[in-house]
Design a protein around this ligand. Structure first.
Ligand code: DOR
Ligand code: ZN
Length: 349
């Protein structure tokens, strides 16, 4: 039995760090473990322009602990007014890593997202030309489509036609939750990849209702049936380089999660690597963990693997790993805690 493993420092290919006091409280928890992270642009208001992106990157740099070598990889939020000139300039200067597509209304702060893809054709063409990846929140917003079917329907109605129209565009289907998502990405790998979250590897939709309604397990795309969770585990541990870690760690104040209309998002950053180590251990695939967490992402984005390493070890993490994070504004954020407990943690060294 392996009790301790060393892997190249991992990256997080999908992360929400918000702004202000929340940024200050949550960013160090990612920066202590991950080398880089793709920073989601769904602020209020969103990161729409290159000027917004530069300002946000400065606020992130200011929130990093002294001496941190963590690198935020910045994204723009695609709107029907996005300027193709910003895409070309951002790609050329290296400031822009990717562009995020939120179908309008699909999730948290997506109201400024895209209603009609035909209105962003010039931007998608510029992205294809400059080889800037499109990161996709893959759910249809048609109210007639059942929430548990929204990812599968999106692939058929939106993603597949989009990829045919822009065959050279690199696309990441973010936080996949279904066997359809994993299967589609696997059979179209190359210019298409997918991120998978720690929590979607650990919970299914029944867990959200285990013993009562569990608002802190609610995120979008919502967790699906057990057979889908198992398909995600097979994909993540398969060794296929089209699958990599994106935590989708999405902090919200406890009072906004526990309300009449609780918002979507699981805050998993503090335990993300412990969770994935545990999943890979359970699947007898610890030898493939480094690929999923540290190698496949950089390969897709054309970046080098991180120079240094981290150690993971089998042990019960101290209770502190799960303690609510409190911001300077006295808002609390609940950390993801799998019911079955966690038996791995990131070692101090
Ligand atoms: O659960 C989610 N939370 N899904 C998303 O797509 C957005 C995220 C957030 O920003 O809170
Ligand atoms: Zn997200």
């Amino acid at each position: 039995m392996t009790d301790r493993i060393e892997i190249r420092r991992p990256d997080d290919w999908h992360l929400h760090v918000r702004d202000g006091a929340m940024l200050k409280a949550t960013l160090p928890l990612s920066a202590g473990v991950f080398g880089r992270a793709i920073i989601m642009p769904n602020l209020k208001p969103p990161v729409r322009t290159l000027a917004d992106l530069r300002d946000y990157r400065k606020r992130i740099a200011a929130a990093l602990p002294a001496g941190s070598s963590f690198r935020p990889l910045m994204t723009l939020y695609l709107t029907e007014d996005t300027d193709a000139g910003d895409i070309r300039a951002g790609a050329l200067s290296g400031e822009l890593t990717a562009v995020k597509l939120y179908p309008a209304g699909a999730t948290t702060n997506s109201d400024s997202g895209v209603r009609d893809l035909e209105r962003v054709e010039n931007v998608l063409e510029a992205m294809q030309d400059a080889d800037v990846p499109l990161l996709v929140h893959g759910e249809v917003t048609d109210p007639d489509v059942d929430i548990f079917d929204r990812e599968a329907v999106f692939i058929e109605r939106v993603l597949d036609p989009l990829r045919r129209r822009y065959p050279a565009l690199r696309v990441v289907l973010e936080h996949i939750t279904t066997s359809e998502g994993a299967g589609y990405v696997m059979s179209n790998a190359g210019r298409l990849a997918a991120t998978i979250t720690p929590h979607h590897l650990m919970i299914n939709r029944t867990d959200i209702f285990r013993g009562g309604i569990r608002p802190h397990l609610y995120c979008l795309p919502v967790a699906k049936r057990e057979k889908h969770r198992l398909a995600l585990r097979r994909a993540a541990t398969s060794g296929a380089d089209c699958f990599f870690l994106g935590t989708d760690s999405a902090p919200h104040p406890v009072h906004e999660k526990e309300s009449d209309c609780g918002c979507a998002g699981v805050f998993c950053a503090p335990v993300a690597m412990a969770c994935v180590a545990q999943v890979f251990d359970e699947e007898d695939a610890l030898d493939r963990l480094e690929g999923f967490a540290s190698r496949h992402g950089p390969a897709f984005y054309g970046l080098p693997v991180n120079d240094d390493t981290i150690w993971l070890e089998r042990k019960s993490p101290e209770e502190s790993a799960f303690r609510d994070v409190e911001t300077e504004a006295k808002e609390r954020v609940r950390v993801f805690r799998p019911d079955a407990g966690l038996h791995w943690s990131v070692a101090d060294r």
